[in-house]
Design a protein around this ligand. Structure first.
Ligand code: GLT
Ligand code: MN
Ligand code: MN
Length: 375
C-alpha cells in the first residue's frame, strides 16, 4: 500500500455502514433497465468487510422477499447471520420497504384505505422484529409514498393524523416488546411522490414532538434530500444534533434542484461534506457513518466497490482535514481575531461594529486551500 492508501484505510473503528440496496443497486432508472447483476446479501457482507466496513443495513425486502414463507424467511435470515458472523459484520440499522409494492402506490401509513394502513403497520412491525433479531439499534422510517400529487384526493390533516397513529403504534410495539431500538424518521421533499409529507428534517422534528413517545423517535437526515429541498444539510444535521435527535445519518451527495442522485459521498460538494464531517466528529454524534448512495450507472461490479471504498476514503480524508483545520495557526488566529475584534462589551459602539469587516473572504479562501491540499 502507498502511504496515502495506508493512512486513509477504513477500519471497523470508523463504523462505516452501507445499505444492502446501495452496493446492490443495479442501475435501473426510469429510462433504462438494470445494467448490473443481482448482488446476494451474503456477498455484499463479504465484500464490504474486505473493504473495512463495520456493517450493513437493510430493508426487510432487501433480504427477505415480500412473499417469502416463514420457512424461507428463517433459512434466508440464518444464512445471512452466518455471513455476518463469518465476517465480523454488524447490522446497526434496519428499515422497512413501504414504497415498492403496488399496494403502496397511494401511501402506506397515510393510505386512505384502512386495510392498507393496517397491512403497512404489520409489515413495519415485522421489520422491527427482524431488526431486533439482527441486533439493530435503529429503525429508519422513510415515508417515500407518504405524499400526494392530487390534494383534492386526501385531506392532509387526515394524512397527518394517520401518520401520527402509525408511528405511535410502532413506538408502542417497541416499548411493549422492550426492544432496544429507536425510530429515526427520514425526510425527503419529493420523488417518488409529487410531494412527500413532512418534507424536511426540520418538519420531522416538529412532527416528532407531537407523538405519544417522542423520546423513542429521532431523525435520519439524508444530505441529498436536504439539498433537493434547497437547504444546507449541515444546518439540518446541526438542528437534529442540538435537539438530541440525530439517531442516524444518510451520507451521500447531490446537485441541488435535481432528481434524487444519491451520489458518492462528497463527490459533488466536498466543502459541504467537510462541514458535515466536522459537525459529526466534533458535535458528539456516536452512531454509524452510514452511506446511502450508489455507483454511477456506467459501472460494473468493480466500479461499485470502487464507489464504496471512495465514500469511506473521502470521509476519512475530510476527517483529517478537520484536524488540520483545528491545528492551522492562520485559520485559528483569524477565527480568534474575528471573535475578539474591538472587544469590550461596555464600550459597545453601533457604528464601529457596523463598519467592521469580518474577514470571511480570507477565512473561506484558507478553508478552500486546506481542502485543495495546499495547506
Ligand atoms: C430509498 C431511499 C433512501 C432511504 C431508504 C430507506 S430507501 O433508497 O431513497 O433515501 O434512506 O428506506
Ligand atoms: Mn436515505
Ligand atoms: Mn436519496
Amino acid at each position: 500500500m502507498t502511504e496515502t492508501a495506508e493512512r486513509f484505510h477504513p477500519t471497523k473503528q470508523d463504523r462505516f455502514t452501507f445499505g444492502l440496496w446501495t452496493v446492490g443497486n443495479r442501475g435501473r432508472d426510469p429510462f433504462g433497465a438494470a445494467v448490473r447483476p443481482t448482488l446476494p446479501p451474503t456477498t455484499a457482507v463479504e465484500r464490504l468487510a474486505e473493504l473495512g466496513a463495520y456493517g450493513v443495513t437493510l430493508h426487510d425486502n432487501d433480504l427477505v422477499p415480500i412473499d417469502a414463507t416463514p420457512g424461507e424467511r428463517q433459512a434466508i435470515v440464518g444464512d445471512f447471520q452466518q455471513a455476518l458472523a463469518d465476517h465480523d459484520m454488524r447490522v446497526p440499522m434496519v428499515t422497512v420497504n413501504l414504497f415498492y409494492d403496488p399496494v403502496f402506490k397511494d401511501g402506506a401509513l397515510t393510505s386512505s384505505v384502512p386495510a392498507i394502513r393496517r397491512y403497512a403497520l404489520d409489515k413495519a412491525k415485522a421489520a422491527i422484529d427482524l431488526g431486533h433479531q439482527l441486533g439493530a439499534e435503529t429503525f429508519v422510517l422513510w415515508g417515500g409514498r407518504e405524499g400526494s400529487e392530487v390534494d383534492a384526493a386526501k385531506n392532509p390533516l387526515d394524512a397527518m393524523a394517520w401518520y401520527r397513529d402509525g408511528v405511535n403504534a410502532l413506538t408502542e410495539h417497541i416499548l411493549t416488546n422492550r426492544y432496544a431500538i429507536r425510530i429515526a424518521m427520514e425526510a425527503k421533499p419529493n420523488e417518488p411522490r409529487g410531494d412527500i409529507y413532512l418534507a424536511t428534517t426540520g418538519a420531522m422534528l416538529a412532527f416528532i414532538a407531537t407523538l405519544d413517545h417522542p423520546e423513542v423517535v429521532g431523525v435520519n437526515p439524508e444530505i441529498a434530500h436536504e439539498k433537493m429541498a434547497g437547504l444546507n444539510p449541515c444546518h439540518s444535521v446541526a438542528q437534529a444534533l442540538s435537539a438530541g435527535k440525530l439517531f442516524h445519518i444518510d451520507l451521500n451527495d447531490q446537485k441541488p434542484g435535481r432528481f434524487d442522485q444519491d451520489l458518492r459521498f462528497g463527490s459533488d460538494d466536498p466543502k459541504g461534506a467537510f462541514y458535515v464531517v466536522k459537525l459529526l466528529e466534533e458535535g458528539g454524534y456516536e452512531g454509524p457513518r452510514h452511506f446511502d448512495a450508489h455507483a454511477y450507472r456506467t459501472e460494473d461490479m468493480q466500479g461499485v466497490f470502487e464507489f464504496a471504498h471512495g465514500c469511506m476514503r473521502t470521509y476519512l480524508i475530510l476527517k483529517d482535514k478537520v484536524v488540520r483545520f483545528e491545528a492551522d495557526q492562520e485559520i485559528q488566529g483569524l477565527l480568534q481575531s474575528i471573535r475578539t475584534r474591538t472587544g469590550n462589551a461596555d464600550a459597545f459602539d453601533r457604528e464601529t461594529w457596523g463598519a467592521v469587516g469580518y474577514a470571511y473572504e480570507r477565512l473561506d479562501q484558507l478553508v478552500m486551500e486546506l481542502l485543495l491540499g495546499v495547506r
